[in-house]
Design a protein around this ligand. Structure first.
Ligand code: ISJ
Length: 90
């Protein structure tokens, strides 16, 4: 008989689900890197034109977007914003 976990997930299912997690992490990393790139491009262009480094209302929109994930959503949004700031934000 195929061994199952408490909720009835077969060991083979776990292997497949882990593969999906690995794929999802790779996609998330790719998207985060692209987000950093885009955010830095916008920031550099704005500062070159004499504008501010940070646009608070835009950042509030980003924070609101992740609110459904609770406190961790806020941490995630903050991490994304900080990554986009790079060295300038430290
Ligand atoms: C990317 C921008 O620049 C900054 C970075 C933001 C972001 O990473 O989401 C949002 C607002 C700005 O502080 C922007 O103004 O849209």
């Amino acid at each position: 008989m195929t061994p199952t976990t408490e909720n009835g997930t077969a060991a083979e299912d776990i292997d497949a689900l882990r593969k999906e997690i690995d794929w999802l992490d790779a996609e998330i990393l790719r998207l985060v890197k692209r987000r950093v790139e885009v955010s830095k491009t916008i920031g550099a262009a704005r500062m070159a034109a004499g504008g501010p480094r940070i646009v608070y209302n835009r950042e509030m929109d980003v924070l609101a977007r992740y609110r459904e994930l609770g406190p961790e959503g806020r941490q995630l949004a903050m991490a994304l914003l900080n990554l986009g700031r790079g060295r300038l934000g430290r």
